[in-house]
Design a protein around this ligand. Structure first.
Ligand SMILES: [Zn+2]
Length: 406
C-alpha cells in the first residue's frame, strides 16, 4: 500500500507516472472529503476517459476505492461515485506535554480511532525520558491493532521550540546527534513530522475546528502554560526557523518574576496554570479561605482544582482567574492591533471557564485594542476538546501527503 505514496518523481517511467496519477486521484478524493466520479477525476487530472477508467479500476482492485452510489445527471447516464476506503490511511500521532503524553491513531478525517494517555509522565530532556516515550509509542501501536502497513507516518506535537522543517526539537531531546524526527523515523521505520504542540492544535482548528473558515486567527492554548498558534492569510505561521508565536514570552507580565527563558516580565509567568497555583498559595498563606483541596502538607494545589472551584463559585478562585483573564486580554489587545485577526479562539483547560474567563478577557482587550480591529474580531472558545493537539499532530502526516486541504 505504501508504495503508492513513495512514487519517485525524479525517475519518470510509465510505472511511476501511473503511480503518481493514482496518488493524485487519492489526494483529490481525500481533499474533497466526499466521493467523485470518473468524469470529475478526468477533468481534475486532465486525463482521457479510458485512462481515468483504467486507473480507477486498478485502485478499486487494490482496495483503495469503493463505489458508494450513482450520480444523478440530466442526460440519464448515472456515473458511479467513488470514495476512499479510509481504513487504508492512518497516522500515528503523539502529543508530548510537560506532564502528559498521548499517543493515538487518527484517520484522514482526523477521527481518533484509538488513543492512550499517560498522566504520570514528566517530560525531561534526558535519554531515559526519550526511551520511555519510544517504549510507550511502541506499546500503544501494538495495542491499537493497526497494521504498520497502513500507517503513512508519525506526527508529533511537542512542547518547546521546534524547527519543523528539519524535525529538530531544540528544547527537549536535543542531545541526539541528529534531529529528533530523523532519529524517530529510523526507530519506527516510517516518516516522522514534528511541530510545536500548540501549532498542532492550531492546525486541527484550521482543518476541523472553529478556524476552518478564518483566514486570520489567533489560537490561544491556555493550560499549565500559555501557547499560541497564528493563522495569517490562511496559513499556520511557523516563522523563519519555526519559532513564531511565542506570545507567552512577550514582555506583558510583571517584572518581579523570572521566566525559565532567563528573562523577567514574560506573560506566561502571569497567565497559565503554574502562575494560578503560585498566586493561589500566596493568598492561602495570607489567610484567605477556599473550598479547594490543598495538599496534606498545606503547600501545593492543582490548577485544575482551582478551575473547577471557580465554576462552583469559590470566591478566591474566581478573583484569581479573573485577574488572569484581564492580563491575557490586555496583552492580546496588542496582538489585535498588530495583526487584525478576525477570530481569537481560546482552547486548553481554561476554556471550560467560559464567561468567567471571557468577561475579564474582553475588559482587558478594551484597555489595549483599537476600536475597529477589536469590533471586527470574534472571541470564541475551542470545541476540539482534549484531543485537539493529538489530531493536529496526525494532520502533519496527512498534510505532507496532501490528503487534506490546507
Ligand atoms: Zn520567557
Amino acid at each position: 500500500m505504501k508504495a503508492i505514496f513513495k512514487s519517485n518523481l525524479s525517475e519518470i517511467t510509465n510505472e511511476t507516472r501511473l503511480m503518481q496519477q493514482k496518488l493524485r486521484i487519492i489526494q483529490v478524493i481525500s481533499q474533497n472529503g466526499h466521493g467523485i466520479t470518473v468524469p470529475d477525476i478526468c477533468r481534475e487530472l486532465k486525463i482521457s476517459a479510458p485512462t481515468g477508467i483504467k486507473l480507477v479500476n486498478e485502485l478499486q482492485t487494490e482496495g483503495f476505492l469503493s463505489v458508494v452510489g450513482k450520480k444523478e445527471t440530466q442526460n440519464g447516464r448515472k456515473p458511479s461515485i467513488y470514495a476512499l476506503n479510509n481504513v487504508n490511511f492512518y497516522a500515528l500521532s503523539v502529543e508530548i506535554l510537560l506532564k502528559r503524553i498521548t499517543v493515538g491513531i487518527v484517520d484522514a478525517r482526523l477521527n481518533t480511532i484509538y488513543y492512550r494517555q499517560k498522566t504520570d509522565f514528566v517530560l525531561e530532556n534526558s535519554p531515559e525520558c526519550l526511551y520511555n516515550v519510544e517504549s510507550f509509542i511502541k506499546e500503544c501501536l501494538e495495542n491499537s491493532g493497526v497494521a504498520e502497513e497502513n500507517l503513512l507516518g508519525m506526527g508529533m506535537g511537542i512542547t518547546g521550540r521546534v524547527k519543523n522543517e528539519t524535525g529538530d526539537s531544540l528544547t527537549f531531546f536535543n542531545f541526539l546527534d541528529q534531529p529528533l524526527g530523523v532519529h524517530l523515523s529510523g526507530e519506527f521505520n516510517i516518516p516522522v513530522f514534528i511541530n510545536n504542540d500548540t501549532r498542532c492544535v492550531g492546525l486541527a482548528e484550521k482543518i476541523i475546528g472553529k478556524a476552518t473558515k478564518a483566514n486570520h486567527a489567533i489560537i490561544i492554548n491556555l493550560s499549565r502554560g500559555l501557547g499560541t498558534s497564528l493563522i495569517i492569510d490562511n496559513k499556520i505561521i511557523n516563522g523563519g526557523m519555526g519559532f513564531a508565536g511565542e506570545f507567552g514570552h512577550m514582555q506583558f507580565g510583571s517584572r518581579e518574576k523570572m521566566c525559565l527563558c532567563g528573562k523577567k516580565g514574560c506573560l506566561g509567568n502571569d497567565v497559565g496554570g503554574y502562575s494560578l497555583e503560585e498566586n493561589f498559595m500566596e493568598k492561602i498563606a495570607e489567610g484567605e479561605k477556599t473550598i479547594v483541596d490543598i495538599s496534606d502538607d498545606g503547600t501545593t494545589v492543582r490548577y485544575d482544582d482551582i478551575l473547577m472551584a471557580a465554576l462552583k463559585g469559590d470566591d478566591l478562585s474566581i478573583r484569581l482567574v479573573q485577574e488572569m483573564g484581564y492580563k491575557l486580554g490586555h496583552a492580546l489587545g496588542n496582538i489585535i492591533n498588530l495583526l487584525n485577526p478576525e477570530l481569537i479562539l481560546i482552547g486548553g483547560k481554561f476554556a471550560k471557564l467560559k464567561t468567567l474567563l471571557l468577561d475579564p478577557v474582553k475588559t482587558g482587550l478594551s484597555s489595549s485594542a483599537l476600536v475597529n480591529p477589536l469590533q471586527s474580531c470574534e472571541i470564541e472558545f475551542s470545541e476540539l476538546g482534549d484531543l485537539g493537539g493529538l489530531k493536529g499532530a496526525g494532520a502533519l502526516v496527512f498534510e505532507y501527503f496532501e490528503l487534506i486541504k490546507k
